[in-house]
Design a protein around this ligand. Structure first.
Ligand SMILES: Nc1ncnc2c1ncn2[C@@H]1O[C@H](COP(=O)(O)OP(=O)(O)OP(=O)(O)O)[C@@H](O)[C@H]1O
Ligand SMILES: [Mg+2]
Length: 596
């Protein structure tokens, strides 16, 4: 008996994380958020934790750093050990020395006035000598690409810069275990890869254990040792990333985004042309697969795949009024360089435009000019025929809808219904009209079931939808939406994007800011790349994403399928394809013809 106990204790020291039979119910919740979860993670492993909204990923993270049960009420049963310490019996403060947690929303984690103060906060608390702190802070800021930002005020950072800072605040503590809850949702594509690379390097040098909550990313498939899928509070699956990401039906079942290239491979697998193990997970494997299969199954052998020539979006010439007209726009915040350095831009009525570019490029700053939240330092912005200098923001708000990067910056009512009512009343609408519009929009956005619910009791994806709904009731002609899908799972992303697409089809002009290049390629008809406050590129998604090296300078990586197209240029007549179905269209639709 005693030896069994000793063996258990020794095992506990080997394991970084041990959850046994954990169940947890939030105060007032009807159902438990975690149900009998048992999970051990060996020291030095890199685990990807996945699952749809509400699956319990964040709750599990909070159990690991002691916030549950020590600071949050609710009912917890079972045992949690991290680095051999019993979490229920160890002070949160001393747990933070071994386990660092990066939260989903960076703003809840930033406390310092300047970037340097904020990063130094943790080490200071543990009485690290001052000169050592300075050195560590500088090293860590360089790792998250915030070198030289030391004296910048934290409240004046862009969304992505804040997220980088939140990661720095945890890395600087050099914990043994890192738990990160969607830490890169607002980072530009290169920034995201850099953070994953940093994590991978750290664990190789220092035997760091990593538990990363993320929606899928092609970088992670080759970095993570294992994936754990949570579904409705239970561990639904555990295994190798390749096993999960080849299995499209499983991904669909749990609301996880598949890799675009695997979708092409799955199609071949279904036709019986390749085995399950041959379903590709990256570009090189897909390229050789396509090249190998083409002679046998390609549409009319030898003929090159041709599509209609690229078409730019036709301007609506009957509309004299432009949705947006920007001339020589310069904008200077109080400190530093001008954030916008002479922008000239016209957006026609009915366009669907994506604004992309690296963190801090000026996307949000530009978009805030479209509804008069910011006024030009010099130059002019005319939206729907109104010069923003001559109109108050609330006048513009009747025609121009703006959904903030962080939905919590615009939600303040106690129920979803009141949130929608607020804008309508403010705009002077009354009784019946208010009721009709609210009913219509709740229906349209799928929020009807949350009508009387407090917005802050819902997940971030749902809060994002509420923020959109509160704008839609005003029936804007121009909708500006800043990173609409950061808190959503794959299903939520599709709901949101279908909604935006339908609005556009019904005539609303859309300006969408996003770091998700797959979405941009799939939905936008025009893409504008900002760099250092200026316009770098402005064209169709196909044109923009064929400039791989130019985009790299701007921290953008084209979508996976666009990069695959570049590799297959000789077969594709130099076209850039965007949908996986466009690739499979190169192959005959016929039945299996014998090859494996
Ligand atoms: N309130 C502010 N005060 C001072 N500087 C600011 C403020 N907001 C943003 N900036 C700075 O202006 C530049 C452009 O920021 P902006 O928020 O427009 O970037 P962004 O392209 O939207 O980035 P992200 O992708 O991270 O959201 C950045 O250098 C940023 O640090
Ligand atoms: Mg922004």
């Amino acid at each position: 008996m005693e030896t069994l106990e000793t063996a258990k204790i020794i095992q506990r020291l080997e394991d970084a994380i041990e959850l046994s039979n954990i169940s947890y119910r939030y105060p007032n919740a009807v159902e438990a958020s975690l149900k009998n979860v048992s999970l051990t993670v060996e020291k030095g492993k890199f685990i990807l934790l996945m699952g749809s909204t509400g699956a319990g990923k964040t709750t599990l993270s909070l159990c690991l750093n002691g916030l549950i049960p020590q600071l949050m009420e609710g009912i917890l049963t079972g045992q949690v050990y991290v680095a051999g310490k019993n979490v229920g019996k160890t002070a949160v403060q001393s747990l933070s020395k071994v386990l660092g947690l990066v939260l989903q929303d960076p703003e809840t984690q930033i406390i310092g006035r300047t970037v340097e103060e904020d990063t130094a906060f943790g080490p200071r608390n543990f009485l690290v000598p001052l000169d050592k702190i300075k050195e560590k802070v500088n090293q860590t800021l360089a790792k998250v690409r915030l070198k030289g930002y030391n004296q910048r005020l934290t409240e004046e950072l862009s969304g992505g810069e804040k997220q980088r800072l939140a990661i720095a605040g945890v890395l600087v503590m050099e914990p043994e275990i890192l738990v990160l809850d969607e830490p890169t949702s607002e980072l530009d594509p290169i920034g995201r890869s850099e953070i994953y690379q940093t994590l991978d390097d750290l664990r190789r040098q220092k035997d760091l254990t990593i538990l990363l909550v993320e929606h899928s990313s092609e970088d992670l498939i080759h970095k993570a040792d294992e994936v754990v899928v949570l579904n409705e509070g239970k561990v639904a699956w555990r295994g190798l990333p390749a096993e999960l990401f080849r299995n499209l039906p499983l991904l669909r079942q749990w609301g996880i985004k598949p890799l675009p290239v695997s979708q092409i491979g799955w199609n071949f697998y279904e036709k019986g042309w390749i085995s399950f193990g041959q379903i590709p997970l990256d570009i090189p494997a897909t390229e050789s697969l396509i090249r190998g299969l083409l002679p046998k199954y390609g549409h009319r052998q030898g003929e090159r795949h041709k599509k209609d020539p690229l078409k730019k979006q036709e301007p609506n010439l009957t509309d004299k009024v432009k949705a947006v007209q920007v001339s020589n726009l310069i904008y200077q915040y109080n400190s530093g360089q001008p954030a916008l350095q002479g922008i000239n831009l016209t957006i026609e009525v009915g366009e669907f435009v994506a604004l992309i570019g690296q963190n801090g490029a000026g996307k949000t700053t530009l978009a805030k000019h479209f509804n008069g939240l910011l006024k030009p330092t010099s130059g002019e912005v005319i939206v729907e025929g109104m010069n923003t200098l001559q109109y108050e923001t609330y006048d513009l708000a009747r025609t121009i809808g703006y959904v903030f990067q962080n939905p919590d910056h615009q939600i303040f009512s106690t129920t979803v219904e009141k949130e929608l009512e607020f804008g309508l009343k403010n705009a002077g609408f009354k009784g019946q009209v208010i009721r009709e519009r609210i009913d219509q929009v709740l229906q349209y956005t799928g929020l009807e079931k949350f009508r009387s619910v407090h917005p802050f009791s819902l997940g971030k994806g749902e809060r994002q939808m509420i923020a959109v709904a509160s704008i839609l009731v005003l029936k804007p002609k121009l909708l500006i939406i800043d990173e609409p899908t950061t808190g959503s799972d794959w299903t939520g992303v599709q709901t949101m994007m279908t909604l935006i697409r339908n609005l556009n089809a019904a005539g609303t002009t859309i300006v969408m800011i996003s770091h998700d290049m797959d979405l941009v390629a799939q939905y936008a008809k025009r893409v504008i790349v900002l760099k250092d406050g200026g316009i770098l590129l402005d064209s169709t998604p196909q044109d923009v994403f064929s400039n791989e090296s130019l985009l790299l300078n701007s921290a953008i990586v084209p979508p996976q399928l666009c990069r695959l197209s570049s590799q297959l240029k000789d077969i594709l007549s130099e076209e850039i394809l965007i949908e996986s179905s466009e690739f499979t269209a190169m192959f005959e639709s016929g039945e299996r013809t014998g090859c494996l």
